[in-house]
Structure formats: C-alpha cells, structure tokens
Write a protein that binds this ligand. Structure first.
Ligand code: HEC
Ligand code: HEC
Length: 439
C-alpha cells in the first residue's frame, strides 16, 4: 500500500507532515520545560556556576569524537580527488557511448525506419527511385527513374544544418520530407541520429577522386563515341590529359606575362591569372580552348555515382531522370525544342539551382576568381554571395574542402572541428568555371 503510493510527491508530503508535527511537539515540550524557570533564581545562572574542569572534559568521549572526525576527514580527503581524477574519463565514456548509440539508431532508421537505403543505396553509395513525372496540371508524362545522390560524401557538400534542412523539407517532391517542419514522420532527435550515422559513412579523398575520375572518363567516352567510333578508356584518358594540358599552357602564358607569378608564394595568384586566360581563351589555340571548355561541360554533367559529383543534377532539369529526346520538349515546357538543344537537355538551363545561361554567372560574379571561390565554398546560410545572391537555405553545395564547426545533436565536444575532403580539385573547378562563364 505504502509502496503503491510512494511517488516522490507523496513522500514529500509525508516528510513535510513529519517535520511539521515534530516541530509542534518540540515547541510544546520546550515551552513546558521553560515555564518553571521564569523569574526563578533557584539555580545559579550558567556563568556564575563553577566550570567543569578541563581534566573532566578531555576524557574518552572527546578522544572518540576527534578520532571519528579524523576518519571522516580522511575518507573525504582521499575519495574526492579520486572521484575528480576519474571524472574526465567518465564524461568521455558517456560521449563515446552516446555517439555509438546514436550512430546505431541512425543506421536503423536509415535501413528500416525510413528506408533511406531503398533510394540512396547501402552505406549511402547512391541509387535511384521510380517517379511518376507529371505536368503542372497533374497530367502524366512518364514513369522515370530518378537518381538519388550518394550520401557518403554529403558532409563535404553541406553543413549539418543544411543537411537538416533537406531532411526536414525534402527536395523537389521526389525526396520526401522527413522532419516535423515539412510534415514528415521523424522527430528532431531521430534526424540527429541519422546525422550521426551519416558522419560514420563519409568516404576518403582517394575514393572520391576515383569516383569523380571514373565518371569523367565515362562522359568522355560517350562524347568521343558520339562523334564517331566507340572510344576506349585509353583514348578517353588521353583526351582528358590533353584538356588538362591546356590549363598548363595557360599557366605558362600567365608566367610569361608576369615573371613574379613563377614564385612559390604567388601560386594562388598564378591560379587566378591562368583562370582569366582559360575563361577568355586569349592566347590559346581555339581548338584546344574548345576542348578545355568541353572538359568543363563534362565535369558539369558528370554521370558517375548517381550524378553526385555533377552540377547538372540541380542546374539541368531532366538530368537526374535521364530525360530522353521524346520527353525533353515537354520537360522543357514547350512543344518545340529550345534552339541549340534539339537533341538533349537544356544543359545549365536551371532547375533547383538557377539558370546559368546567357552570361548569368558573368553578371553574378565580377571575376572568374570569385566565381570559382563560390563553387568551392557553396552557399552559407546567413551570408550573401556574388553581386546579389543570398545565403538562402545553403542549398548550393560547396565542392572544395569543408570543416564542420557546428554539429547538431547532443553536445558532444567537437574541439577538433571535423574536416571533410574536397569533392572536386581546384583544377576541375577551374574547368567548370571556364565552361560556365562562356554559356
Ligand atoms: C523515395 C526515395 C528517397 C528516400 C526514401 C529518401 N530519399 Fe533522400 N533523396 C532522394 C532523391 C531522388 C534526392 C535528390 C533530389 C533531387 O534530385 O533534387 C534526394 C536527396 C537527398 C539529400 C540531398 C543530398 C544532395 O547532395 O543534394 C539528402 C541529404 C537526402 N536525400 C537524405 C535522405 C535521408 C537521410 C533519407 C532517409 C531518412 C532519405 N534521403 C530518403 C530520394 C529519396
Ligand atoms: C544540390 C543542388 C546543387 C548542385 C549539385 C549544384 N548547385 Fe549550384 N546552385 C544551387 C542552388 C540552390 C543555387 C542558388 C540559388 C539561390 O540563389 O539561392 C546555386 C547557385 C549556383 C551559382 C550562382 C548562380 C547565380 O547566378 O546566382 C553557380 C555559379 C552555381 N550554382 C554553380 C554550380 C556548379 C559549378 C556546380 C557543380 C560543381 C553546382 N552549382 C552544383 C544548387 C546546386
């Protein structure tokens, strides 16, 4: 009975009652005991009495009390430092445990709870999903397979807050909204658990470079094959190294024009001077310059790894679901193909990210350098870019290296500031910039 009622509240009330009644009893006896003494001088006042002698006071009782105090002090004196010594380890252990538990739960949500795995692949390697493409008025256009980007590099592209935004609200109707703000089923903590899992599956720079390279080679093979015979891997690799050679020539031209650029400490300046040349084509062989820009275009539309490393998946409508010639005119919203794009997608024509056609990037970014730096860093929530761009929700990814300084989830100290590798090299970003600035 007592157990059944023993909520902390009940216990509190009982203690309160005991204290209260006890107080009353004490008061009662105290007052009674005091009564007889009022005005009495039957006994001498304490200060007029003979004192107890020291020899009587310093007896066994005092020794015992002092001894007990010494024991208590020793216990406290020894145990406090021991506890204090173990404290950092205990906290660390708690952080490690929390991280492990969150990561495991995140994996469970990824695999079963939300089944991210069905679209984004095992370990976030990228995949696709079937999607019913409809017109604005809801008319069925086609059943397509829409590529879902790899998530094992997502923290190189976006800050955790930016990833949370996508998880909360979904993307382009095809990626569902998962968080409560977007009407999704998962709680804030579950999204944080997913983030712990995502942290655990990010891949190394070597694997990234390999994937980018193999995607580019595939694109180059297709490009070369379109012009004639089936191209081999060796031919494609040869073509890429020729294109990269054009960048070397631009650097040489820049050095010829300004000797100081040859100095080691001016290597950044050399990059920007060479990029100016690669964008304008000045002093370069026209055919070689064309090849270089085509290399940029193929990087822009890199088909490898579910389009993860491409720009086209966000800046070209239809890229992610491989719009074919038949579909393209309707996808473009007009019956007749757009001039110049009769047999393909409106490359860089805009979709989730804006159109980059007709010199859009020239009006946004004064110099090739600020353009390239934007592609490297991406959008940042709360920061403007270029002449008139806002941080928005930070959905333009950064393709250079990134450092996470503000992780989501339980406050696990992150003094190290986690670094994530670049997705594209400076050389690759420059080629894309040269392509974009000539659109
Ligand atoms: C029905 C398929 C589907 C499911 C399930 C799904 N996604 Fe997606 N997701 C997509 C597609 C498709 C895109 C790309 C959308 C686009 O092309 O704009 C995407 C985009 C994303 C992005 C943006 C990545 C980038 O680089 O742009 C993130 C992050 C993401 N998904 C995480 C998740 C997580 C985490 C889950 C599970 C909770 C999940 N997704 C479940 C289909 C899905
Ligand atoms: C995940 C989607 C996504 C991918 C992938 C992506 N972008 Fe973007 N991009 C955006 C969004 C969103 C914006 C900005 C929209 C806004 O103004 O708020 C943007 C803006 C830009 C701008 C500025 C345009 C302007 O006029 O303001 C440039 C340039 C650009 N992207 C280049 C690239 C390049 C180059 C790549 C590939 C290396 C790329 N983007 C990949 C989504 C993407």
């Amino acid at each position: 009975m007592l157990l059944a009622a023993s909520t902390p509240r009940t216990i509190g009330f009982v203690i309160l009652a005991i204290v209260f009644i006890g107080g009353l009893v004490y008061l009662f006896f105290n007052i009674r005991a005091a009564k007889g003494e009022v005005g009495s001088e039957l006994e001498l006042a304490a200060n007029r009495r003979d004192d107890v002698r020291d020899e009587d006071l310093e007896g066994r009782r005092l020794d015992f009390a002092l001894g007990a105090n010494l024991v208590m002090l020793t216990i406290i004196g020894v145990s406090l430092p021991i506890y204090w010594l173990g404290e950092p380890g205990r906290q660390e252990g708690r952080d490690v445990d929390t991280a492990r538990i969150f990561t495991n739960r995140g994996e469970e949500i990824y695999l079963e709870g939300a089944q991210c795995v069905t679209c984004h692949g095992a370990d976030g390697t990228g995949g696709s999903t079937s999607y019913a493409l409809t017109s604005e008025t809801g008319e069925f256009i086609a059943q397509v397979s829409w590529e879902a980007p790899a998530l094992n590099t997502v923290l190189s592209r976006f800050s955790e807050d930016e990833v949370l935004h996508t998880l909360n609200y979904g993307r382009n109707k095809v990626m569902p909204a998962w968080g409560a703000p977007g009407g999704g089923p998962l709680t804030e903590q579950q999204l944080e658990e997913i983030m712990f899992y995502l942290r655990s599956i990010q891949i190394t720079p070597d694997r990234i470079a390999e994937q980018v390279e193999s995607g580019v080679l595939r694109a180059v093979r297709q490009h070369l094959s379109a012009a004639g015979d089936e191209a081999t891997d060796e031919q494609a690799a040869q073509w890429v190294s020729e294109a990269r050679g054009v960048a070397d020539k631009a650097r040489q031209l820049a050095k010829d024009a300004d000797q100081s650029l040859a100095l080691e400490q001016n290597s950044e300046d050399l990059r920007w001077a060479a990029l100016d040349i690669l964008v304008s084509g000045e002093g370069l062989d026209p055919d070689e310059w064309e090849q270089y820009k085509t290399y940029g275009a193929l990087l822009f539309a890199n088909p490898g790894t579910a389009g993860t490393y491409s720009c086209a998946r966000c800046h070209t409508y239809g890229f992610s679901f491989g719009a074919d010639e038949e579909m393209t005119p309707r996808v473009n919203g007009r019956d007749t193909p757009i001039p110049g794009f009769e047999d393909g997608l409106t490359q860089a024509g805009g979709f989730f990210g804006p159109s980059l056609l007709e010199g859009a990037t020239l009006s946004e970014f004064e110099s090739p350098r600020s353009h390239a730096e934007f592609v490297e860093n991406g959008q940042t929530i709360g920061t403007t870019y270029g002449r008139g761009g806002s941080g928005g929700n930070g959905q333009m990814p950064g393709f250079g290296p990134r450092v996470e300084t503000d992780t989501v989830g339980p406050g696990i100290p992150n003094d190290l500031e986690t670094p994530y590798p670049a997705l594209l090299t400076a050389e690759q970003i420059d080629a894309i910039v040269a392509y974009e600035r000539n659109l």
